[in-house]
Design a protein around this ligand. Structure first.
Ligand code: PLP
Length: 411
């Protein structure tokens, strides 16, 4: 069955919860063992002191390690990406930083694509070096020889441990070729050490792009965005194979940054309408972009739908992205002053950061989400003062368009 058919039932046995149709919220910090022997066995498995026997299940111990709502949510999330396992976190940043800390150690080299989400950029470039981790960057659009060159020229090729990317890039919708990134990782892998590829799929996932199918080893989400989808929670997720997720969950146990039962329950509810919401958002975005493409006060529209035949990233887009997504950036003629006039005049669309929610949101990347990016990089990646970033919601598309239309009249 398709994931959307299973979001109401997968992984939950009503008979274990008084016949409840919905998963109850298990607000408990700890779980009673039937016997001391059972407690001992559960700890042996949870701490990896021995492998699980065929007949054994990893039972519940303590809610930092596992909780029924958390486990059911993780099982359901695996379906969208076709992943073996999933770990859910209290934020997208918690998921990202836990993966970076688990797969990197002092002396290692991490290669990141640029630009990435501001929080990830800050952690990789400003915090990881404090732990003796080296950082190299490549730009969206660059692959394979150019990237291999960057690594070889650095003289640290044998230290490469992780490639971290985000695609489409925020806020310009430029693409990174995941399969090509994996080839670079393979090129620098050896018998002793495998180089892994982690992809932040927040902008397209989990419905519109499936990085594991293109060779990624780990997929990361800010579940605050499409997965939560209602601007009412903060959460994150990491997906991949069992072996890697065992490491991620091990690190999570000791950092203690798993999502709470209440947040998990909210996400289970959100997942039931995930496909519905994202389908409408993608349809709406196509219509909003068509309007912006033809507006005299709009100089440039950054949208996957504008990557058409003849564009250098067209083949890649066709291979990697199932829709054009629902994120549109556009340059308003007249710079920051006009962009601000337009943002201030919006009535239906909320002036707020974040994305992927039921309501449409608009913001100014250069002074808000990307204010921390160096001026040179802003220029390089076209994050201009005249740019507005729009996350298209599920409202009637005609109302979204008429709101933008009346707001642009102030520009
Ligand atoms: C929002 C976001 C994050 C951070 O997620 P939080 O849930 O806010 O911690 C990471 N990556 C991308 C692409 C994002 O949009």
């Amino acid at each position: 069955m398709k994931p959307e058919s299973l979001m109401m039932s997968y992984g939950f046995k009503p008979e274990l919860s008084e016949g409840a149709v919905k998963v109850p919220i298990f607000l408990t910090s700890t779980f009673v063992f039937k016997t001391a022997e059972e407690g001992k066995a559960l700890f042996e498995i949870a701490y990896g002191k021995r492998e699980k026997r065929e007949s054994e299940e990893l039972g519940l111990i303590y809610s930092r390690i596992n909780n029924p709502v958390l486990e059911i949510l993780e099982n359901r999330l695996t379906l969208w990406d076709g992943a073996e396992d999933c770990a859910v976190f209290e934020s997208g940043m918690a998921a990202i930083t836990t993966v970076l800390l688990e797969f990197l150690k002092p002396g290692d080299l991490v290669l990141m694509s640029s630009p990435v989400y501001g929080g990830s950029d800050h952690f990789i470039k400003k915090i990881l070096p404090k732990f003796g981790i080296h950082v190299l960057e490549f730009s969206v659009g660059e692959c394979k020889e150019a990237v291999i060159n960057i690594i070889e020229k650095s003289g640290m090729a044998e230290k490469l441990s992780l490639i971290y990317t985000e695609t489409p890039a925020n806020p310009t919708n430029d693409l990174v070729d995941i399969a090509c990134t994996k080839e670079v990782a393979k090129y620098f892998s050896s018998k002793e050490k495998e180089v892994y590829v982690a992809v932040d799929n927040t902008y397209m996932g989990p419905v519109w792009q499936h990085p594991l199918k293109h060779g990624a080893d780990l997929v990361l989400y800010s579940a605050t965005k499409y997965i939560g989808g209602h601007s009412d929670l903060i959460a994150g997720a990491c997906l991949g194979n069992k072996e890697l997720l065992k490491r991620v969950k091990g690190m999570r146990t000791f950092l203690g940054n798993m999502a709470s039962p209440h947040t998990c329950w909210m996400m289970l509810r959100s997942l039931e309408t995930l496909k519905l919401r994202m389908d409408v958002q993608a349809e709406n975005a196509n219509k909003v972009a068509a309007f912006l493409n033809n507006h005299p006060k709009v100089e440039k529209v950054y949208f996957l739908g504008n990557i058409t035949e003849g564009h250098p990233q067209y083949e890649l887009k066709k291979r990697q992205c199932l829709t054009n997504g629902a994120m549109i950036s556009f340059d308003v003629a007249g710079g920051e002053a006009n962009a601000f006039r337009c943002l201030n005049a919006l009535k239906l669309i909320k002036l707020a950061v974040s994305l992927g929610s039921t309501e449409s949101l608009a913001e100014h990347p250069a002074s808000m989400t990307h204010c921390d990016v160096d001026d040179a990089d802003k220029k390089k990646f076209s994050i201009t003062d005249k740019m507005i970033r729009l996350s298209v919601g599920v409202e009637n598309y005609e109302d979204i368009i008429s709101d933008i239309s009346q707001a642009l009249a102030f520009a």
